[in-house]
Structure formats: C-alpha cells, structure tokens
Design a protein around this ligand. Structure first.
Ligand code: NAD
Length: 473
C-alpha cells in the first residue's frame, strides 16, 4: 500500500491525516491519500491566487508548452498509470489504457485552442474589440467514473485560458490523479495546478470559497444543484456536466448482426458507469426480436470480473454505494415481474462489487430501471412502432445529455437527431467526443459546456475595449 500526497504550491505534501482507497474488485485498501479540510484548501487557493498574477500574463505559446508537457508526462508513464487506474477504479486494463491515452491526447489537442480577439466595429468613429480575459482561480470537482479524463478536461482548459486551478478528485478514485500530480509537479509553474483530496464535505468548501472565481464540476445532477446554490453566494461562474439517461434509437433498416455488438458496448463500457452510455435502447418492432436475441447472445461472450485479469470485458461497480443502488434497481425490476434476457437471476456474493450483465426485455416506460439513470451494467431494450412515438419517448426525460440513432439512411438519422432534446447526438456511433466540439447537456444534464472554443470561453470573461477615433479631446 502506498501513500499518495497532494500537490500544493509546487510541493507534494500531506497533513498526517489519511483516507483509505479501496480496489472495487476485492475491497482491499490499495492506497491512502490526505484527508484535507479548510486549512489545506486555503493554502491551495492562496497559492493559486499568487500564481494567477503571473500565469495570466503568459503568452499562448508558453501555456501551450506547459500543457504539452502535461500530455507528455501522462503518455510517457501510461503503463504505470493505466494499471493504477484499474486498481482504484475497477475498469478493465484495455479501457483504462484508453482513458490514459485519451487524457494525454485531449491535453495535446486542447493545448492548440485559442481565443482570438473579435473586432466589433472598426470605422472612422470607433474601434471596438472584444478580448477574453481569464476569470481567475478555478475550483475543479470531479467524479469517480473517469477520474483522469475528467481531471485533465478541467486542468487543461483552465491553464490554456490563463487561469489557475485547485482540483478535488473523488475520494473513491484519487490515486492516479495524485500520481499524475507528482509527474507534472515540475512541468507546471508552482501554484498553477493544485490537487487536494478529502471527503465529500471538501466539495461545498470549494464551492463557497470566497477566493475562488469559478467552479467546473462533473458529477450527479443532485450535487450539481447544490453547487449552483453554493456558488450563488458571490455569483461564481459555473460549468456543470451532470447525469444523463441517453436514448439509442435503432431503425428497422439497421443490420442486426453489425449493430448488436456496438449497442452492447454503448451500454456496458466501464460497467455502464458513463454519463453518455446508452441507458434506454429503443428498437423498431420489425427487428426487435432478432436484435434483442443478438445482443443477448453477444452478452454471453463477455466476461465480468477483475479488470486486471486478461479477458475481462466488464469490471466491478466502482463503489459500494453505487453497487447497492444498481442492485436496488434490479430488485425493483424483479419485484415488478419484468422480463430479463440476461442477469437479474444471480445474487452477487463474495468480495468485489460485481453486478452481472443485465438486459431487460421491453419493460414499461415508467419502470424505475428505464426512467432513472442506472449508471451500471444494465440495458433496458424497448420496442417502438413509429418515429414520432419514439422521439416523444426519448425526449420524455428531465435529462438531455446525448443520444444515438442507428440507420443506413443517415439523412433520416439526422432528421431524428434534430428533434432530440440533447446536447450531442451520434448517428451510427457512440461516445465519440471531439476536443474541438462543445460537449454539454440540455435540461438537467448540465449548465454550459466543456471542450472546444465554447468550453474554453467558460474560463474567461469577455472584455470590450473601445477607442473613440473622432473624439474631441
Ligand atoms: P457526485 O455528484 O456524487 O460526486 C462528484 C464529485 O462531487 C465528487 O468529487 C464528490 O466528492 C463531490 N461532491 C459531493 N458532494 C458535493 C457537494 N455538496 N458540493 C460539492 N462537491 C460535492 O457524482 P459521482 O457519483 O461521483 O458521479 C456519478 C455521476 O456523475 C452520474 O450522475 C454521472 O452521470 C455523472 N457524470 C456526468 C458526466 C458528464 O460529463 N455529464 C461525466 C461523468 C459522470
């Protein structure tokens, strides 16, 4: 077991109080991290405030170089990092590798983003120009499902925009992030990036801290609402990436054999603990029987187990609380007599938070397992008849994160996509996010956006400077 320290003001530090971190595959303690409170937060914020004075004046090239250094540090140590990530998060090695390389790739790509000045007026009367200025010190709060990717997607745009940051990983998955902190300690100027760990109560302290100017948060909708409330005291800027209940819509012309495997992974990747996983799969009645059978057949080939073992496709649920919630939803489906194509029949026992792959056969639309975000290895298959009907059913949700349409007729797919009330819609693919396109939820799935120029702008204020050209002075 290793102790991992926090990064404050360019130093790896601890406060002598520790939190245990478990491996969800066997419930053994795999590391300890500092249990921080207000004192450590104040020190980190003060360091970020000091660093901001110089960092905000750096050139685009200097910032780009630092961010590329972060990308290189992650990539050069990918083997160590992905193994550690599996140990604390549970995801299979191959998916952990994708997260680590994905985070390095995101940092490298987003280092190239720029916010150019905009000329509003340029004539004999006046020159008016909008420039973007960094908001200041950012508080970043991240969840446990993609701990590294989420940390990087907050640290990188903050730095590129000229801000400094105090980041809080989830208490369930802080280890890989703190190892990255150690690797980038001498890559980033002291105080620009601070990473501190603590239990959930550290979150509201960040949200309400008077010397933090902006909160960027990824997590549940319930916590997002508390953050909005906490940040309202001094009108902090906020970006919230929250929950989703994404619908996939499969039209009758889709090739059953080809889409079955893709649909499976759109729901079961990372054991379903993905905000943009397909959580409701609507299949046209003409192909429903064949496709549901093909998905259930494919599911039999996928191994649920310890992510560090070769051949594992679906790992454990990341933590006990989420494990119990997923089991509760499955129990509710059993109690209501819904039909299972697979799963639901085994009672998980022994150590590790394992849930069998669970596929439901056309449960009612108002079933809890359909209407709520499951965030686990659960896939309700739902039968539909007409396009109008399925669009209405897909949109009947408080969430609006993403969705997908599967069809050979891509024009038709786009026509349906334009009627879905979500921030992203894929035609014939899933979970593809571009570093250059805005990613954000409609309705209760979020507030603002990350990624791309739109995401970068959220770390800045617009400042308009006008020069009167025909002034009598
Ligand atoms: P969570 O909201 O419980 O916790 C997220 C983070 O917030 C953790 O670091 C936690 O310590 C902190 N936190 C808890 N209470 C807080 C408070 N009152 N104030 C401030 N911070 C607080 O979420 P989770 O269970 O870790 O993650 C799962 C959720 O995240 C799911 O709903 C999922 O859909 C969502 N998610 C969304 C996206 C997206 O981009 N939209 C991505 C990944 C996960």
């Amino acid at each position: 077991m290793t102790d991992y320290k926090n990064l404050i003001d360019g130093e790896m530090v601890d406060n002598g109080e520790w939190l245990d971190v478990l491996n969800p595959a066997n419930e053994q303690v795999v590391g300890r991290v500092p249990a921080c409170g207000k004192d450590e937060l104040d020190r980190a914020v003060a360091a970020a405030r000091r660093a901001f004075k110089t960092w905000k004046k750096t050139s685009q090239e200097e910032r780009q170089q630092v961010v590329q250094g972060i990308a290189a540090a992650i990539k050069d140590n990918a083997d160590e990092l992905y193994r550690l990530l599996t140990t604390e998060q549970g995801k299979p090695h191959q998916q952990a590798q994708q997260e680590i390389y994905g985070a390095a790739g995101l940092a490298a790509a987003q280092s190239t983003l720029t916010l150019d000045d905009v000329i509003n007026q340029d004539d004999d009367t006046r020159l008016s120009r909008t420039r973007r200025v960094p908001v200041g010190v950012v508080g970043g709060i991240v969840p446990w499902n993609f701990p590294v990717m989420m940390a990087i997607q907050k640290i990188v745009p903050a730095l590129v925009a000229g801000c400094t940051i105090v980041l809080k990983p989830s208490p369930f998955t802080p280890l890989t992030t703190l190892r990255i902190a150690e690797l980038i300690k001498d890559v980033v100027p002291a105080g620009t990036v601070n990473i501190i760990t603590g239990e959930d109560h550290l979150g509201p302290m960040i949200t309400e801290h008077p010397d933090i100017d902006k909160i960027t948060f990824t997590g549940s909708t319930a916590t997002g609402k508390k953050i909005m409330e906490g940040a309202s005291g001094d009108l902090k800027r906020i970006t919230l990436e929250l929950g989703g209940n994404d619908a996939s819509i499969v039209l009758p012309d889709a090739d059953v054999e080809k889409v079955a495997e893709q649909l499976f992974w759109s729901s079961f990747s990372n054991a379903g603990q993905v905000c943009i996983a397909a959580k409701r799969v609507y299949i046209h009645k003409d192909i429903y029987d064949d496709l549901s059978k093909a998905i259930a057949e494919y599911a039999k080939t996928v191994v649920v187990g310890d992510g560090s073992q070769q051949g594992t496709g679906v790992g454990p649920i990341q933590n006990k609380k989420q494990y119990e919630r997923v089991l509760e939803l499955i129990q509710d489906a059993k109690d209501n007599g819904y039909k299972f194509l697979t799963g639901g029949d085994k009672d998980p026992s022994g150590t590790g938070y394992y849930v069998p792959i669970t596929i439901l056969d056309n449960p009612p639309e108002d079933a809890r397992i359909v209407a709520e975000e499951q965030f686990g290895p659960v896939m309700p298959l739902l039968k539909f008849d007409t396009i109008d009907e399925v669009i209405e059913r897909a949109n009947n949700s408080e969430y609006g994160l993403a969705g997908a349409v599967w069809t050979k007729d891509t024009d038709k797919g786009v026509e349906i996509a334009e009627q879905l009330e979500t921030g992203t819609v894929w035609i014939n693919e899933f979970m593809q996010l571009s570093p250059f396109a805005p990613f954000g939820g409609h309705k209760q799935s979020g507030f603002g956006a990350e990624y791309g120029v739109d995401g970068l702008k959220e770390f800045t204020y617009p400042q308009v400077i006008t020069v009167k050209r025909d002034a009598a002075v």
